[in-house]
Design a protein around this ligand. Structure first.
Ligand SMILES: Cc1cc2nc3c(=O)[nH]c(=O)nc-3n(C[C@H](O)[C@H](O)[C@H](O)COP(=O)(O)OP(=O)(O)OC[C@H]3O[C@@H](n4cnc5c(N)ncnc54)[C@H](O)[C@@H]3O)c2cc1C
Length: 311
């Protein structure tokens, strides 16, 4: 279950409270504020709060007093320029706060991004829900042979079913052990009064990486774009990418101009090395260039040809 009925009530209450403000608000983001946006089987992303909009980026770059009278195309042009030339601080003027529910193995990758503020749900204080991630069968793939950090071809349906059964069985057993060690009912009273209730901080240690955790995560737009460029990339693991894609959708609502510039100059762009550029120049001049004589390693060559859309 993504949200319990109590949490759903809390969201409804949050969404029924409105405030008057002189600050800029973004109607498209307000539409989904506090709503859980589903990710994976039990996870979600919720936008909790935000500060700034596209105009705040422009305002900071021009160091102007008001929102200005310039045309939208001029603002988009300026934001594109800032993105293209890595003039990053105006993007730091915008901030956003998310509530994220995610499997622990995704959280371990995510937490490596040090430029955010994080407050995680405490499993020393609270009991974790019986929620663990089970991949969709189509995402079960064999170890990649060309990239040691990735997935290759999908495995056959019989092997996939065996893997899913094993993942589920082990997670169920781990949670049953957790519940036995806790020895607590929903009100906190012992289920079996003859046994001790092990401290929550100890009972949790047998739970595996697929169990879900939750946190509040606040970050400025510049560092969020950095996170998205790494975790929304095809080289990132599918599961964290699923979160990056949902966050990208929230970005499109929040700062549509910065979102468009990010897709154009970062996400869907390519970084070409000096040697790669020399290869492109020779190709444009009509030369036949082979990898062996290009100065690029086979891997760099493959990456360049993929960026150029050549087989
Ligand atoms: C596909 C992929 C595979 C990965 N594989 C591994 C792996 O096998 N093992 C592993 O350990 N990690 C791995 N990582 C994590 C990776 O090495 C980074 O730790 C992670 O992506 C965070 O990047 P970051 O430091 O740029 O981000 P952030 O922590 O958000 O930092 C943003 C930027 O701020 C600056 N910054 C932040 N803190 C400091 C600091 N203390 N000192 C100097 N500059 C700072 C840097 O310029 C940094 O780029 C992987 C990441 C990806 C995307």
């Amino acid at each position: 279950m993504r949200l319990t009925p109590k949490q759903q009530d809390e969201v409804a209450t949050q969404r029924s409270e409105t405030y008057q403000t002189l600050r800029a608000t973004v109607p498209a983001l307000e539409e989904i504020l506090c709503e859980p946006l589903p990710v994976l089987d039990h996870g979600f992303v919720r936008v909790i709060d935000y500060m700034g909009d596209d105009a705040a980026i422009v305002q900071a770059a021009r160091v102007s007093y008001g929102r200005g009278t310039r045309r939208v195309s001029e603002d988009q042009g300026l934001i594109n320029y800032l993105m293209r030339h890595r003039h990053t601080t105006p993007f730091e003027m915008c901030e956003i706060k998310y509530h994220v529910k995610l499997p622990i193995f995704v959280a371990r990758q995510w937490i490596r991004h040090r430029t955010a503020n994080v407050n995680e749900h405490s499993a020393r204080y609270s009991i974790l829900d019986k929620e663990f991630y089970i991949p969709a069968p189509e995402h079960l793939a064999a170890q990649a042979t060309t990239n040691r950090q990735g997935r290759g071809a999908p495995i056959d349906s019989e092997a996939a079913q065996r893997a899913l059964d094993l993942l589920r069985r082990d997670a169920e057993a781990a949670y049953a052990g957790y519940a036995e060690l806790l020895n607590e009912d929903a009100s906190g009273a012992p289920i079996d009064p003859r046994r001790p209730s092990l401290a929550r901080e100890l009972a949790r240690i047998n739970l595996s990486l697929g169990f879900y955790t939750q946190w509040y995560w606040k970050i400025d737009l510049h560092n969020l774009l950095h996170f998205l460029s790494l975790r929304g990339d095809p080289h990132a693991q599918h599961e964290i990418r699923a979160y990056a894609e949902v966050i990208l959708d929230t970005l499109k609502r929040w700062v549509p101009m910065a979102h468009a510039a990010f897709l154009e100059y970062r996400m869907n762009a390519a970084l070409i090395s000096a040697t790669g550029l020399a290869v492109i120049r020779r190709l444009l001049a009509g030369e036949q260039v082979e990898q062996a004589a290009s100065g690029l390693s086979p891997r760099e060559w493959r990456e360049l040809m993929a960026a150029l859309g050549r087989p």
